[in-house]
Design a protein around this ligand. Structure first.
Ligand code: CA
Length: 294
């Protein structure tokens, strides 16, 4: 059976160099996302049309919500905290990665209230990256080593599985998770993404039916896979470099999609004037709100 096909619509013209890391903030009905290379965190309220951003002063890989109202961030070579609008941005002391070789990339708050974020090789080919976990007390644990481009993370609703993307492996792996403490083991491949057809797997999100939405960089699409690994739906976008996905909206029934323009030359940009913009689609299924740090 061929997959269902949907089209995403433009939600916000923002022209991000490398739009990434969307997440819905229920507290004010806004969507947060980053522009990694633009060194910006954006906040967009779909109901009001309000759009604000703040600069992080260095490449910002991802951002998470804190239980106390502010943000936790993974910026270049360190973790950081700020207020909700970026005020009082400060590094979390005591930990950094080798910023000349790698930078922080995708991250998510885990169901236990810790921030999990990975790094990627600046050259995108050496396994110099790792996946780290920042606890609210400031301590950092290394979860996975030997990663090339650490990307999408998603925990199952029962907290027993963690889906994880290292982009050049062209698929999604899954770990068994100890629901008591979040410890991970038993890494294995669960979804293969055919690069020549779909592009490279990037950010991911789980829906309420246990299916996984995978942003496909270079493929102009988001693919939905069933728990059995079958391709079920393709969401097409008018931008080839699709980076990440998150459910949002008042009922978490809108799928927001970020895109990038950084890898496009002037000719490609002329054909994709909306590269780097934010898109949305109603996929007919709901998702989950992000967990909060602390
Ligand atoms: Ca990414």
């Amino acid at each position: 059976m061929s997959p269902r096909e949907l089209s995403a619509e433009l939600a916000l013209e923002v022209g991000a160099l490398l739009g990434e890391g969307p997440l819905w903030d229920e507290r004010d009905g806004s969507l947060l996302f980053v522009d990694i290379e633009g060194e910006l965190v954006h906040r967009f309220g779909p109901a009001t049309g309000e759009h604000a951003s703040f600069s992080t002063g260095a490449p910002v890989g991802s951002v998470g919500l804190r239980a106390d109202g502010g943000l936790v961030l993974a910026v270049h070579d360190h973790f950081a905290r700020s207020g909700a609008a970026g005020e009082d941005l400060e590094a979390v002391p005591g930990f950094s990665v080798e910023g000349a070789a790698v930078r922080f990339n995708d991250g998510e708050v885990d169901p236990w209230g810790r921030y999990v974020a990975g790094t990627m090789d600046w050259e995108q080919r050496r396994p110099l990256g790792a996946l780290y976990r920042l606890s609210p007390d400031g301590s950092v644990t290394t979860l996975v080593e030997g990663v090339t481009i650490s990307n999408g993370l998603a925990w199952s609703a029962d907290r027993r599985l963690l889906y994880y993307v290292d982009t050049p492996t062209l698929g999604v792996d899954v770990f068994d998770v100890d629901p008591a403490d979040g410890g991970i083991s038993g890494r294995r491949r669960t979804i293969d993404v055919e690069e020549s057809e779909h592009g490279r797997p990037d950010g991911i999100a789980l829906d309420a039916e246990g299916c996984l939405w995978v942003a496909c960089y270079g493929g102009g699409r988001v693919c939905r896979f069933t728990p059995a690994g079958a391709l079920d739906t393709i969401v097409r976008l008018p931008a080839s470099c699709v980076t990440s996905v998150a459910f949002g909206g008042p009922h978490l029934t809108d799928l927001y999609v970020t895109t990038a323009r950084t890898d496009l030359d002037p000719a490609a940009l002329a054909e994709e004037p909306h590269a780097g913009d934010l898109f949305v689609v109603e996929p007919g299924v709901s998702g989950f709100p992000p967990a909060r740090f602390g």
